[in-house]
Design a protein around this ligand. Structure first.
Ligand SMILES: NC(=O)c1ccc[n+]([C@@H]2O[C@H](COP(=O)([O-])OP(=O)(O)OC[C@H]3O[C@@H](n4cnc5c(N)ncnc54)[C@H](OP(=O)(O)O)[C@@H]3O)[C@@H](O)[C@H]2O)c1
Length: 279
């Protein structure tokens, strides 16, 4: 863990500033979300799983913006580690206002190659931790915070492909479908203390087997001829956290990608020939 914030200033921050826990925020989309929230007055709990260097770099970058930040390690597939995470953030910052469930696994399978192992891998990374962290935020607010704090919010990162389904990345897609359903049910269960929302990105960052050229091409394969950028996603996450009348809703931020049927995942659409079973 890194802690570059003096105790006195941490206490004054805790009194004045809201705190967001962003899972998987050492790099990529989570990092952009963390930086955007920090620019708009949030102190940030940077959750990471891998090597600490990237998380510490992100913490330093966040602190340079003038707020507090701290890195927290957890493998969210480990239930005990996941349950311990939010109490650790509360112990450090004194409060948590928002949880952004951004961390995710994205590994290829298809109905023909489906296995319990593939489903377990994606469910334990993409679905179950988001539910536990939402419940933990609710418990924190029930025990320690005002009854109707309109800022208490969970934002789940989902995927536009739920509205535009195809069998590629089958277990990943199922785990995100469960997360979208959980977003609605948790919004019902955790009201009025905690709001639960979703953001469904289109193709935003180079992922999986895509080449840079394929990514550039895929980014334009939408009705608006542009998919989402990290900034589009980050500002939508912030909008939801700052919108006290919204709960149980997922916003699609994808250049309209979900409006057009696609026979294969966008990962493969820009390729000249579509593999039957990509590796
Ligand atoms: N990128 C896109 O174009 C796109 C499109 C649609 C939806 N999304 C969604 O947006 C979110 C962010 O996307 P991304 O591409 O930035 O994500 P990513 O890089 O694939 O993953 C984000 C982080 O999740 C962490 N993670 C995975 N499994 C974990 C576990 N069991 N415990 C703790 N951390 C774990 C990884 O940590 P390690 O680095 O340690 O492995 C990784 O740094 C995801 O939920 C994704 O499904 C992204």
């Amino acid at each position: 863990m890194s802690d570059l914030t003096p105790t006195a200033s941490r206490e004054s921050h805790a009194a004045a500033r809201r705190v967001a826990l962003v899972t998987g925020s050492a790099r990529r989309l989570g990092r952009e979300i963390a930086l955007d929230l920090a620019r708009h007055g949030f102190d940030i709990a940077v959750h990471y799983r891998g090597e600490p260097e990237e998380a510490h770099d992100t913490v330093a970058e966040l602190q340079a913006l003038g707020g507090a930040a701290h890195a927290f390690h957890a493998d969210l597939s480990d239930e005990a580690a996941c349950r311990a995470l939010l109490p650790q953030v509360v112990a450090h910052f004194g409060r948590v206002d928002a949880v952004v469930n951004n961390a995710a696994m994205f590994e290829y399978d298809a109905p023909a190659s489906f296995s319990h192992a593939a489903m377990d891998l994606h469910w334990k990374a993409n679905t179950a931790p988001a539910i536990l962290l939402a419940q933990a935020l609710h418990d924190h607010h029930a025990e320690h915070r005002a009854a109707h704090d309109p800022t208490a919010c969970v934002v789940n990162l989902i995927d536009q492909k739920l509205w535009n389904p195809n069998p590629d990345y089958f277990s990943y897609t199922l785990s995100k479908a469960a997360l979208e359903a959980a977003t609605v049910m948790l919004a019902q269960a955790l009201a009025p203390r905690v709001r639960v929302c979703g953001v469904a990105p289109g193709v935003t960052l180079l992922s999986g087997p895509m080449t840079a050229d394929e990514f550039e091409k895929a980014h334009t394969l939408t009705p608006l001829r542009r998919s989402s950028t990290p900034n589009d996603i980050a500002r939508t996450v912030r909008f939801l956290i700052e919108s006290p009348a919204i709960t149980g809703t997922t916003l699609l931020v994808d250049g309209g990608q979900h409006l057009q049927g696609q026979p294969r995942d966008v990962m493969f659409l820009a390729q000249q020939t579509l593999p039957v079973e990509p590796t």
